[in-house]
Design a binder for this molecule. Structure first.
Ligand code: G1P
Length: 291
């Protein structure tokens, strides 16, 4: 049996420039999809996959993420006194157990690879999950749980992938597909943000990873890549040569909430599934579509 994956890393230091001015004073990870902040969905997905410790790599102006995963006594007291016990229960269910969260800061925006490297002391010598909260998945079981199933078979590094239109390929990391089924195939190469001509396939890295701790020393020796940033994909390409990677073409639907259209689509999809609002919301959507 491979070592169990207990720790998840959430890089949340990004400036969120695509959502200005909403993200001027508020972290983009706190933008709500219906009534839950994006970061909560990623933490829920990790919890479902058996993660026990949540490491957040934050930056300046991200303090409310730490507050979000803490108790709020005044609010709890008020809800209790007003008899809003269901809301209180829900709040409590979302809360990680004390001691299950850690926060560290990426002091400079040097890239995703650097953000992950900032978590090295907290992760130590264990395999870990990496979740980019911009990517939101509607799937049962969750995408990380699907990946952990593949990890338990191979004990390797695992990435989730999905197909995109070739026109979008240059926004993502892209993988080459070797033999094996969708639930676990061999990854032959990984390239960060290639041109369509250089892309090895139309399969992108979907923002979910299970990585072995050897990635940290590779990142520390990793020079700047595309965009002048230290790219996790470049370090993973080196780890691929040493250890191999398993790709999982996950079952489910994704929303790239780093883009406005992805974020709005996620809100529509999640709202339409909510018993409390779906009927009324659908009426409004239809009315807007007719305008
Ligand atoms: C990052 C990764 C990229 C991945 C993408 C998924 O890119 O570097 O490989 O495909 O997330 O969202 P970013 O969105 O930070 O540019």
């Amino acid at each position: 049996m491979p070592k169990r994956v207990r720790i998840a890393v959430f890089p949340v230091a990004g400036l969120g420039t695509r959502f200005l001015p909403a993200t001027k004073a508020m972290p983009k990870e706190m933008l709500p999809v219906v009534d839950r902040p994006l970061i909560q969905y990623a933490v829920d997905e990790a919890k479902e996959a058996g993660i026990e410790h949540f490491v957040f790599v934050t930056g300046r102006n991200k303090g409310v993420i730490e507050d979000h995963f803490d108790r709020q006594f005044e609010l709890e007291w008020t809800l209790e006194n007003r008899g809003k016990l269901e809301a209180l229960e829900k709040l409590r269910a979302d809360l990680p157990v004390a001691g299950q969260t850690s926060f560290t800061r990426q002091q400079e925006p040097l890239g995703l690879g650097h953000a992950v490297w900032c978590a090295r002391e907290m992760v130590g010598d264990e395999p870990f999950a990496l979740l980019l909260p911009d990517m939101l998945f509607k799937s049962t079981p969750g995408v990380l749980a699907q990946m952990i199933a593949a990890y338990e078979k191979t004990g390797k590094n695992v990435i989730a992938v999905e197909e995109v239109e070739m026109g979008e390929i240059s926004s993502y990391g892209v993988v080459g597909r070797g033999p094996g089924p969708d639930e676990g195939f061999e990854v032959t190469e990984m390239v960060e943000k290639p041109t369509p001509e250089d892309a090895p396939s139309n399969l992108i890295i979907s923002g979910r990873y299970v990585l072995q701790p050897e990635i940290f020393s590779l990142i520390s020796r990793q020079g700047k890549g595309i965009g002048g940033e230290i790219q996790i994909t470049d370090a993973m390409q080196k780890l691929l040569a040493d250890q191999g990677f398993t790709g999982v073409k996950y079952k489910g639907r994704s929303f790239d909430c780093g883009s406005k259209v992805g974020f709005l689509s996620a809100n529509i999809a999640y709202a339409l599934e909510r018993d409390d609002i779906s009927e009324e919301f659908l009426k409004e959507l239809k009315a807007s579509a007719l305008m």
